[in-house]
Design a protein around this ligand. Structure first.
Ligand code: PEP
Ligand code: MN
Length: 337
């Protein structure tokens, strides 16, 4: 439920509404727009009638929110959420590009790729140190050693770093190195993990599950936010469909739908969304044209030798060409890169 205050409402009228929210055992979430202040009510609002607030002085109207996600809901918070990571602003006019290898394989591999993506204009360096692999016999990541290489690359190239955290007990360790914590598709509904990243203050990059609906994705964002962390990005990375030509089916609908449903930044990942490097650039452009606030792109100088996801990795030259195209596209859209 949201209570919309009149533009003429006084501070005292607002306080009275907040007191009633408290007396009803609910929590208030305030959002001030240009003319209206909106109070989002969090808690079991099903038992409360709209009338409880509608009759109060200063109240313009009371609206019941149909969706179960509240803090993540755009109706609760009409303005876009902006997440600041060092010098990088996510969710504003600028399109933010996160690029790097699927896995951190070695110090030299990571530094080589960090240099290449920085040169091409990427803003944030990605790289997995803890890898969620389908097979227990596949490379599982370098663990803390990989985090150290990422931190070194951040120092050298001046780029914030994003990396995946897979377990609640590893959140503190990963957060002590990373600027952004990635929750992988396979963990989208790992509620203990969502609670753990909600209780620390690094921004969270939440990937859509392999068969997660948009509502389930936003309920997972809600878990993080309800635990105290408002800085969540939601990520379309492709879903399972009957199509087997591509690794996943990139759901282009998800981008504008999420932009309408939530105020959180929406990011596209065409690398995992397609699984094929030849499809990455066109789908990346489609995601930006559809309204995404940024992209995650896997880059590797020798894809055939990559420890993971070589088939979907762009060589640095092709990544550079994509960035050149994105510069033209973002300008046409009234955004920047
Ligand atoms: C990744 O980013 O390398 C990754 C494992 O992604 P996802 O969780 O989307 O499969
Ligand atoms: Mn990958």
């Amino acid at each position: 439920m949201i209570v919309v205050m009149k533009p003429t409402a006084t501070e005292e009228e607002l306080q009275r509404v907040l007191e009633r929210v408290d007396a009803l055992g609910l929590e208030a979430h305030l959002s001030s727009g240009e003319s209206h202040t909106i109070i989002g009510l969090i808690g079991d609002t099903g038992r409360i009638s709209r009338n409880a607030f509608e009759v109060m002085p200063g109240v313009e109207r009371v609206v019941r929110i149909a969706e179960p996600f509240k803090l993540a809901n755009r109706e609760f918070h009409p303005k876009d959420t902006i997440i600041q990571v060092g010098d990088v602003t996510i969710g504003g006019d600028q399109i933010v590009i996160m690029a790097g290898p699927c896995s951190v394989e070695s110090r030299s591999q990571l530094l080589e790729i960090a240099h290449a993506v920085k040169e091409a204009g990427a803003h944030i360096l990605r790289g997995g140190a803890f890898k969620p692999r389908s097979s227990p016999y596949s490379f599982q990541g370098l663990g803390e050693e990989g985090l150290k290489y990422l931190a070194e690359a951040r120092e050298i190239y001046g780029m914030p770093i994003i990396t995946e955290v897979m377990a609640p007990e590893e959140v503190d360790l990963v957060a002590s190195y990373a600027d952004i914590l990635q929750i992988g598709a396979r963990n989208m509904q790992n509620y203990r993990l969502l609670q753990a990243v909600g209780k620390q203050d690094k921004p969270v990059f939440l990937k859509r599950g392999l068969s997660g609906t948009l509502q389930e994705l936003l309920m997972s964002a809600e878990y993080v936010m309800a635990n105290g962390n408002p800085n969540v990005m939601v990520v379309e990375r492709g879903i399972r469909t009957y199509e087997t030509y591509t690794r996943n089916t990139f759901d282009i609908n998800a981008i504008p739908a999420l932009k309408q449903l939530t105020h959180l930044p929406v990011i596209g990942d065409p690398s995992h969304g397609t699984g094929k490097w030849r499809l990455v650039a066109p789908v990346a452009k489609a995601a930006i044209a559809a309204g995404a606030d940024g992209l995650m792109i896997e880059v590797h100088p020798r894809p055939a030798e990559a420890f993971s996801d070589g088939a979907q990795s762009l060589k640095p030259k092709r990544f550079q060409a994509l960035m050149d195209d994105l510069r033209i596209l973002t300008a046409a859209l009234g955004r920047s890169l």
